[in-house]
Design a protein around this ligand. Structure first.
Ligand SMILES: NC(=O)c1ccc[n+]([C@@H]2O[C@H](COP(=O)([O-])OP(=O)(O)OC[C@H]3O[C@@H](n4cnc5c(N)ncnc54)[C@H](OP(=O)(O)O)[C@@H]3O)[C@@H](O)[C@H]2O)c1
Length: 343
C-alpha cells in the first residue's frame, strides 16, 4: 500500500522534528503534505532535496492521505479527529496533543513498551504520550522485569521548548533583553524565565494541589504500564534550558534489587542509554541528550537509611531525554514506522 503522509503543524517545534525523525528512521513514502496555520501558508520547506509548500488544512484534506501525524494544540486536533470519526475516513491519525490520550478506545503508545496495541488494525487514532511521561516510562518499563514497582517519586526539570515555539522564542528574547539591558519580554511566560526555576506553568487543580503536567504523568504512566494501582508522586518544574527534559526519579520496588540487575535490565532495553560514570562525575545532562532518540540514565544509587546503610528496595536515578524527539516526534514516527510494517 502506498504511504501518503500528512503532517499538520509541520512548521512547529514538534513538526520540524517529525521531518528529522522520518530521516532518522528512514521512512519511505509516496506523497508528503505539510500543513501549518494560515500565516504559514505559501511558505516552503525543503525535505530530502524537494521543496514543499505549506498548505492550509481543510477537513476534506483527510481524504488525501492514509497516514496523518498531528502536531497541533488540543482544540485543532479534536476537530480533525472528530471529523475523521464522524465521516469514518479510512486513515490513521497519530496525535501529539493530549486530547484523546486517556480515551478508552484510543491506545497511548510507546512502541518499545506497548507497541502490541498497533497490531489490532481497528484503531484509527493513536495517541502519543506526554513528553515527560514517555521519558519516565522508558526508565520504569525495563526495571519492572526485576521486581514489581510499588511507588515512583519524580521531580522534573523541563525545558522551555516543551511549551512550543512561543515559549522557546520568549526565553531567547529574554536573553537578548537581558544582554542589552532592556526590560524582559513577558508576553508568553508572564514572568522572568531567564535565570529562574519555577513550578510548571500548566493549570493547577486547586482541590488536590497538582498541576496538569503532573496529573498527565500520573494518569498516562498508569495507562501505558497498565498499572492503575501504581503510586506516582510528581513535581514538575520549568528550568531555563532550551531543549531536553531532565527527571530525578526514586523508584520503590517490592523486593530488594541490585545494581547489577538494574544495569542488566537497562542495557537490554533498546532506547535507553546508561550514562553513569562516577569516576569522572559524568551523568545525564539536558545538553547531552539533545537531538538524540535515546533516554539517558545515570546517578543510579540506592536510598540511604538514617544510618547511611543502603536500602535496596528504593533506587534513585537522574535521567534526561529530548522531549521533542522521544518525547514527541520520534515516538510518533516510530508508531508510523510500525504501522507501515504491519500494513
Ligand atoms: N513541544 C514539546 O516538547 C511537545 C512535546 C510533546 C507533545 N507536544 C504537543 O505537540 C503539539 C505541537 O506542539 P509544538 O511544541 O510543536 O507547538 P508549536 O511549536 O507552537 O507549533 C504549533 C504548530 O501548529 C500549527 N498550527 C496552528 N494553528 C493551526 C491551524 N489552524 N491549522 C494547521 N496548523 C496550525 C502551527 O503553525 P504555524 O507555524 O503556521 O503557526 C505550528 O506548526 C501540541 O499539542 C503539544 O502539546 C509538544
Amino acid at each position: 500500500m502506498p504511504v501518503n503522509l500528512g503532517i499538520v503543524g509541520a512548521t512547529g517545534l514538534v513538526g520540524e522534528e517529525i521531518l528529522t525523525s522520518l530521516n532518522m528512521l528512514d521512512i519511505e513514502f509516496s506523497e508528503l503534505r505539510l500543513y501549518g496555520s494560515k500565516e504559514s501558508v505559501g511558505k516552503t520547506k525543503i525535505f530530502r532535496d524537494k521543496e514543499y509548500s505549506i498548505l492550509e488544512f481543510k477537513f476534506d484534506e483527510l481524504y488525501t492521505s492514509n497516514y496523518w501525524i498531528l502536531a497541533v494544540d488540543n482544540p485543532i486536533a479534536k476537530t480533525i479527529i472528530d471529523y475523521r470519526n464522524e465521516h469514518k475516513i479510512d486513515c490513521v491519525i497519530i496525535d501529539n496533543s493530549s486530547e484523546f490520550r486517556l480515551s478508552n478506545d484510543v491506545p497511548l503508545v510507546v512502541p518499545e513498551i506497548n507497541g502490541n496495541f498497533l497490531k489490532t488494525a481497528t484503531h484509527h487514532v493513536i495517541a502519543n504520550p506526554n513528553c515527560t511521561t514517555t521519558i519516565l516510562v522508558m526508565l520504569l518499563h525495563p526495571l519492572r522485569s526485576i521486581s514489581k514497582i510499588n511507588e515512583v517519586t519524580v521531580s522534573t526539570y523541563q525545558a522551555a521548548s516543551g511549551a512550543g515555539k512561543k515559549g522557546l522564542d520568549e526565553l531567547l528574547q529574554q536573553v537578548k533583553d537581558w544582554t542589552f539591558g532592556d526590560s524582559l519580554t513577558q508576553d508568553y511566560w508572564h514572568k522572568q524565565y531567564l535565570f529562574n526555576v519555577f513550578s510548571h506553568n500548566s493549570k493547577l487543580n486547586k482541590e488536590i494541589g497538582y498541576n496538569e503536567e503532573e496529573l498527565k504523568i500520573v494518569r498516562e504512566t498508569k495507562k501505558i504500564l497498565e498499572r492503575p494501582d501504581l503510586v506516582i508522586n510528581p513535581t514538575c518544574v520549568r528550568v531555563p534550558v532550551l531543549r531536553s527534559h531532565c527527571l530525578s526519579v526514586a523508584i520503590n520496588f517490592e523486593s530488594n534489587v541490585t545494581k547489577e540487575e538494574i544495569f542488566e535490565a537497562l542495557l537490554k532495553f533498546k532506547g535507553v542509554m546508561i550514562c553513569d560514570d562516577p569516576e569522572n562525575n559524568e551523568f545525564p545532562e539536558a545538553i547531552k541528550s539533545q537531538k538524540r532518540s535515546e533516554i539517558m540514565v545515570g546517578r543510579i544509587r540506592p536510598k540511604l537509611n538514617a544510618d547511611e546503610t543502603t536500602n535496596l528496595k528504593t533506587w534513585n536515578f537522574f535521567i534526561s531525554g529530548d522531549q521533542l524527539l522521544k518525547g514527541a516526534a520520534y515516538n510518533s514516527v516510530q508508531i508510523l514506522s510500525d504501522l507501515i510494517e504491519l500494513s
